[in-house]
Design a protein around this ligand. Sequence first.
Ligand code: ZN
Length: 294
Amino acid sequence: MNNKKDRLIRGTAMNGRVRAFVIRTTALVEELRQRHDTWPTATAAMGRTLTAAAMMGAMLKGNEKMNIQVRGDGPIGHIIADANALGEVRGYVTNPHVHLPSNSSGKLDVAGAVGTSGFIYVAKDLGMKEPYTGSSPIISGELGEDFTYYFAISEQTPSAVGVGVLVGTDNAVMEAGGFIIQLMPGLNDDEITEIEHAVGSLPPITSLMDQGLELEEMLKWMLPDAVVHDEMDIHFQCQCSKERIEQTLISLGQSEIEELIAEDEKAEVVCHFCNEAYMFGKEELEQILEQIAN
Ligand code: ZN
């Protein structure tokens, strides 16, 4: 892993009719791998999803946040990702211990882990009463194409999504990153063909990163006239706290808590998103019982 920090750049091209996001998530995906002990194929599937989530989070504003669930029929189970407009990302997979033989192109078999049927669900909390929700069927399981399809059919925004994770022989993440190119109204057919060609000719983004290319250079590769408008840091950040876990315990109800006290006088609750364990002793559990009673 190199020492470049995770960040996202946002730009436009063709007089604002194309918008683009390019991101490096190497440290983020490595942290997730360590927290969840994912095996290489699972690391790639989780990392690709969280890379897409980080870019979709960057499309939000203020306190808005979003959640992605990839529910395929493969051995990995579900992939869950949370992201927000501050560049904070977290996530996990149901079964982290998935590693499959390489696919026919010699790459990590992400589609084999995710499955080739199922759905992607996206929920955005935009501060309204009801969240915005969208979904689309999984069409390949490799995830880049699946998110491309999601934008086309659920958000009606023609887009190209590329996401990649390069895992080393020691199972650590060497590079992770991606891009989203979105076509705004007003482009003519020749311009669209030109963009499709440029995006299609881009080598895997993780191999460009491995060669030392900067995000700005990858953006210019796809869109030579692109202008970068801003950038932001991307990092792992869980939203859990002892207080939030306590609320979860309260919601379990009286008999469940009484059972926990009777069984071993304590409870350990592990946050799915970050794998941190929260301990509650007998006295704390009794206080929770009092809160339920009131
Ligand atoms: Zn957590």
